[in-house]
Design a protein around this ligand. Structure first.
Ligand code: NAD
Length: 361
C-alpha cells in the first residue's frame, strides 16, 4: 500500500492511501486522533447492494456506524433536494461535530457527501472511499464538492478537504466497462496535459489496463493522483490559475454534458470530446502539431471513447459555454495543449472560441 500526505497552508492534511484490498485499518488512527465517535455513511444503492455483505460489514465491525444513507445511483440526485433530505436525517439523529461522514461511492456520492460535510454544523470530519475509477483518480482528490442547480453542473459547492482518501482498487472489479472508460478519459487527460510517460502507458498497455492488472492499474492511478496532488498543493482554491489546468477538455466537456440534460452523455465521453476539441483549437491556433492531435485521437479511439465532434449540437453548446461559471467579462481561461504531456492556460474571448472552424477542421 502506498501512502501520501497532501498538506495545505491552513494546517489541513489529507492522508491518501492507494492499494489493492486496503483493510481500512486507517480508521483506528482517525477514530482516536480526530475524536470522531461515530460515522454516518453516505453511499449509493448500487454500491451498497454490491458490498453490503463485505465492505459494509467491515465498517460495522470496525466503526460505530450511526446510519447508512443510501441514495439512488443517478447524477440527477446530485441536487439541493437530496442535500436537504440528508440534512434532515442528520438533524433527526442529533449529530454533533464529532460525527464523521464516510462517503463510499463514485463522484456523485463524493460530491454530495463532501458538500454535506463542509456545510453541516460548519464542517464535519470527512473520509472518501472512492469506488469508481473516475472518483479514484479525480473527484475524491482536491477538496472540490458540490451539486448541480437545474441542469447546470456543479454550480453550488465548496472547497473542503477530506481527512483521508482511501483508494482500494479492488472496487474496480465490479465496475462496468462504461465506467472504466469514463475514468480512463480522466487518466488520458492527465497523460495528455501533464505526463507523456503516463500517456505512453495508456497507448501501449491497453489490455492490462482494461483487464485491471493490479500492477498497471495501481501505477496509472498513483501517477494520476500524484499529478492532481501536485497541482492542488500549489493552488488549493483555484486562485493562482495552475489548478485551472485540470480543466483541460472540460470547458467543452461540461457544456456537452449539460446539453444532454445531465443524462445522455457520460462525463468521460463528454471529456473525450472536450479533449479533442481542445486539441483541435490548440492545433488551429498553431500551438499543437497535427501529429499530436492524431495521437490523441488514436488513444481516445483505442479506449472506445467518442471523437465525433461534428455530431455535437452547437446551438445549445454555445448557450452553455456562455453561462459557464468560469466566463468572466466575456473571456474564459482556455486550456491549450502545447504538446503531449504539457498544457497551458490563456484567456480567450468566448466569441473567438466559438468559431466552428477552430475545432471542426
Ligand atoms: N469534485 C470533483 O473534483 C469532481 C471531479 C470530476 C468529476 N466530478 C463529478 O463526479 C461525478 C461522476 O462520478 P462517477 O463517474 O464516479 O459517477 P457515479 O458516482 O455516478 O458512479 C457511476 C456508476 O457506477 C456505480 N458504481 C460506483 N462504484 C461502483 C463499483 N465499485 N462497482 C460497480 N458499480 C459502481 C454507481 O452506482 C453509478 O451507477 C459527476 O457528478 C462529476 O461532476 C467531481
Amino acid at each position: 500500500m502506498k501512502e501520501f500526505n497532501l498538506n495545505f497552508k491552513r494546517d489541513v492534511t489529507t492522508k491518501i492511501c492507494i492499494g489493492d484490498s486496503i483493510k481500512f485499518n486507517l480508521f483506528d488512527d482517525l477514530y482516536i486522533n480526530e475524536r470522531v465517535y461515530g460515522y454516518i455513511i453516505i453511499t449509493d444503492e448500487n454500491v451498497y447492494n454490491l458490498y453490503k455483505n463485505t465492505t459494509f460489514k467491515t465498517f460495522k465491525r470496525n466503526l460505530r456506524v450511526l446510519d447508512i444513507i443510501k441514495i439512488k445511483s443517478d447524477e440527477k440526485m446530485k441536487n439541493l433536494d437530496t442535500v436537504k433530505s440528508i440534512y434532515d436525517i442528520l438533524l433527526k439523529r442529533k449529530i454533533d461535530r464529532n460525527v464523521g461522514i464516510l462517503a463510499v461511492g463514485g463522484g456523485v456520492i463524493g460530491d454530495i457527501a463532501g458538500f454535506i460535510a463542509s456545510t453541516m454544523l460548519r464542517g464535519l470530519n470527512l473520509i472518501h472511499i472512492p469506488t469508481t475509477l473516475l472518483s479514484q483518480v479525480d473527484s475524491s482528490i482536491g477538496g472540490k464538492n458540490g451539486v448541480n442547480l437545474g441542469d447546470v453542473k456543479n454550480l453550488i459547492g465548496s472547497f473542503y478537504h477530506p481527512r483521508a482518501v482511501l483508494i482500494d482498487t479492488t472496487f474496480l472489479k465490479t465496475l462496468g466497462e462504461n465506467e472504466i472508460k469514463n475514468g480512463i478519459a480522466e487518466v488520458l487527460k492527465y497523460g495528455i496535459g501533464f505526463d507523456d510517460k503516463l500517456f505512453n502507458i495508456l497507448l501501449t498497455q491497453k489490455e492490462d489496463i482494461i483487464t485491471l492488472k493490479p500492477t498497471v492499474i495501481d501505477k496509472i492511478i498513483e501517477k494520476s493522483v500524484k499529478i492532481k496532488i501536485d497541482i492542488v498543493r500549489r493552488d488549493e482554491m483555484e486562485r493562482e490559475g495552475i489548478r485551472k489546468l485540470l480543466n483541460l477538455g472540460h470547458t467543452f466537456g461540461h457544456a456537452i454534458e449539460s446539453i444532454g440534460g445531465l443524462k445522455s452523455t457520460k462525463h468521460g465521453e463528454a471529456v473525450s470530446l472536450g479533449i479533442l476539441i481542445a486539441a483541435k483549437i490548440s492545433m488551429n491556433k498553431g500551438v499543437l502539431s497535427k501529429e499530436a492531435v492524431e495521437k490523441i485521437k488514436e488513444a481516445l479511439v483505442m479506449y472506445n471513447l467518442p471523437i465525433d465532434i461534428e455530431k455535437v449540437n452547437f446551438k445549445y453548446l454555445k448557450k452553455y459555454i456562455v453561462q459557464d461559471k468560469k466566463v468572466i467579462k466575456d473571456e474564459i481561461d482556455f486550456i491549450f495543449i502545447n504538446k503531449i504531456g504539457q498544457c497551458s492556460i490563456q484567456p480567450v474571448r468566448v466569441k473567438e472560441l466559438w468559431q466552428k472552424k477552430l475545432f471542426l477542421n
